[in-house]
Design a protein around this ligand. Structure first.
Ligand code: SF4
Ligand code: SF4
Length: 239
């Protein structure tokens, strides 16, 4: 008797794999040679006991419960190193993105989902837009007062027709507002005509990481419409 029985892959129930292939026809999960090149350069290798090669094996073998429940999918940075290393061109990061979207919202990392939900209203920290405007003005006034060489520094908001629209990581005005100043100084020193907006000013997009394309598209659209309404020519995404 053979020490093992071969597995007939065609007999396995692989619902998640099929869902991914329907949503992402170039996934080509079955092309995997199990060579491990993806795992060799992946920053998520070894976390949660998995790596991209093992993760694909779970998918191919129909281990749907583990695929959908492992938090390894949130260790993946979606950097796509695996895709570039893979002889078969398999994009594990893109596959991970699809699986994140299959998780019910209440089973996702709460901070991630909360940041995305807040962002769909305005910004990922949930501070009122008026607070952002106030903080920018307050920090600017402090710099002008305490640093005479920067007494003409500017941090424009809603400046119509500015050449560049700049967004802002929402954490900075919320918890470390002085971190906004170095970039203001650089822009000022080189004579850039720029502006923030008083709404949709958050440059981070947590909805990119939840796996919901509709949420991601919505937040990007709102930012893009804001840039257009101000008549800015270029959009600088600081994130
Ligand atoms: S995209 Fe994800 S799986 Fe691929 S190398 Fe980057 S972290 Fe690893
Ligand atoms: S590099 Fe590609 S073929 Fe090799 S194990 Fe990873 S996904 Fe499979």
């Amino acid at each position: 008797m053979a020490p093992y029985e071969p597995i007939d892959l065609s007999s396995l129930k692989t619902r998640v794999k099929e869902q991914i292939q329907a949503a992402f026809p170039d996934a080509h999960i079955d092309y995997c040679l199990t060579c491990g090149l993806c795992a060799s350069g992946c920053p998520a290798t070894g976390l949660e006991g998995l790596d991209p090669r093992k993760f694909l094996r779970l998918l191919v073998l129909g281990q749907d419960e583990e695929v959908l429940s492992t938090n390894w999918i949130y260790s993946c940075t979606m950097c796509q190193r695996c895709k570039h290393a893979c002889p078969m061109g398999i994009d594990v990061g893109r596959i991970v993105y699809e699986i994140r979207g299959m998780r019910p919202k209440e089973q996702r990392p709460p901070n991630l989902q909360r940041s995305c939900d807040l962002q769909k209203k305005s910004n990922s920290t949930g501070i009122p837009n008026e607070d952002f405007v106030w903080v920018v003005g307050d920090v600017l006034a402090e710099v002008r007062k305490n640093e005479p060489e920067w007494s003409d520094l500017e941090a424009p908001i809603d400046k119509k027709g500015a050449m560049f629209y700049l967004n802002q990581n929402a954490k900075e005005p919320t918890v470390e507002p002085e971190e906004m100043v170095p970039l203001w100084k650089i822009l000022h020193r080189v004579g850039i005509d720029w502006t923030y907006s008083s709404k949709w000013w958050d440059g981070a997009n947590y909805c990119l990481f939840t796996g919901d394309p509709d949420d991601w598209e919505y937040t990007v659209r709102m930012q893009a419409e804001t840039v257009d309404a101000l008549g800015c020519k270029y959009y600088i995404n600081t994130e």
